[in-house]
Design a protein around this ligand. Sequence first.
Ligand SMILES: Nc1ncnc2c1ncn2[C@@H]1O[C@H](COP(=O)(O)OP(=O)(O)OP(=O)(O)O)[C@@H](O)[C@H]1O
Ligand code: SF4
Ligand SMILES: [Mg+2]
Length: 330
Amino acid sequence: MPNEILLQVKDLHTWYELKKWGFFHAGYVRAVDGVSFDLRQGEALTVVGESGSGKTTLIKTILGLAPVTKGEIVFAGRRLNGDPRAFAWLHSQVGFVQQDPYGALPPFMTVRRILLEPMIVNKIGTDREREERVREVLEEVRLVPVADFLNKFPHMLSGGQQQRLVIARAMVLRPSLIVADEPVSMLDASVRVEILELMRRIQKAHNLGVIYITHDLSTVRYFSERVFIMYAAKVVEKADVREIVHNTLHPYAKALLAAIPDPDPENARRYRDVPPGEPPSLVRPPDGCRFHPRCPVKIEGLCEKEVPPDFEPARDHFVACWLYRGGGER
Ligand SMILES: Nc1ncnc2c1ncn2[C@@H]1O[C@H](COP(=O)(O)OP(=O)(O)OP(=O)(O)O)[C@@H](O)[C@H]1O
Ligand code: SF4
Ligand SMILES: [Mg+2]
C-alpha cells in the first residue's frame, strides 16, 4: 500500500510587507508565490534554488514562522493555517535541522540537557525514560561512546558532531517529518556526505517525510526521491530525482546543473549557453515568465507577457516553461 499523504501545501503565498520609514506601506516582497505539493510519509523532497528564491520562507511558512498570505497547509489531515494551536501541535511532530549547527545550539547547556529539554517542555516520559531516549538518539546519530558526549558543551564538539547533535535533537520527540534547511552548507566538505548519509539512514529507518533545502544540486543525488527547482518564489520544475538529473528541462534548472563541475564533456557542451545574471526583484517581479530577462532561449512576444503554467512533457515531470507547451498543460 502506498504511504499516506503527510503534508499538503496548496497554492501557498507568503508576502512580507515592506514599510517606508518604518511606517508607510511600501509594497510586498513576494517570497513564496503560488507553491503547491504533496509529501508522503517516508518520502524525501529536495527544494533547490539560488539565494533569495524563497526556500527558507517556504519552510518557515509551513512551520507557522512566516505569515500565510494565501493558500492552505494540511498536515496529517489537519488544516494548520489560521489556527495557532495547530502550529504548536505541529512543532511536536516536526524536527528542524538548521543551517548553522553552532548557532542553533544553546552554548551553556550540555549535550544531555539539550536533548532532555524538548521532552521536558512537552511533558513526555518519566525521568528514566527521558534518560534512555537521550542515549538512544545519541547512538542513532553515532555520537558514541555516549558517556563521552553527555556532559560536553557544544563548543567542545567539531562542526560535524554539532550537526549530529542538532539531528539528534530534531529526532528526540520521534517526529514524522524532518525539515532541513541547508544542513551541510556550513560544514567542511569532508563531513557533508557523511551527514547527508546519516540523515538518509535515519529517514529510511523511521519512514520519515523529509524536506531538504539546498542551493547545491550536486547533493540531491545522495538524498531524495523528488526534486523541486525554485526560481524567484515559484516552483519552475518538479520531477523525481533521476528524471531531473538525466532529463533537465527548464532553462534555469539547466543553469543550476551547469554550475556543478561535470567531467562528462557531453554535459559540459549541453549547458554552456546559460547566461549569468541576477535574480529579479520580488517586490516588482517581471511580467510573464520571471526567468525571461536571463533566459537564452526565450520566445519573443510570449515569455515576457504570459506566465507559463505547469506543463507535463513526461509522466510526473512538470515544468513551467513555454518551450514545453506541446507537452500537455496541467
Ligand atoms: N522577514 C522578512 N521581511 C522581508 N523580506 C524577507 C524576510 N525574510 C526573507 N525576505 C525576503 O524574501 C525573499 C526570499 O528569502 P528566503 O530567505 O526565503 O530565500 P532563500 O531561498 O532561503 O535564500 P538563501 O539561499 O540565501 O537562504 C528574499 O528576497 C528575502 O530578502
Ligand atoms: S518560459 Fe520562456 S523565458 Fe521562461 S524559461 Fe521558458 S523559454 Fe525561458
Ligand atoms: Mg535560506
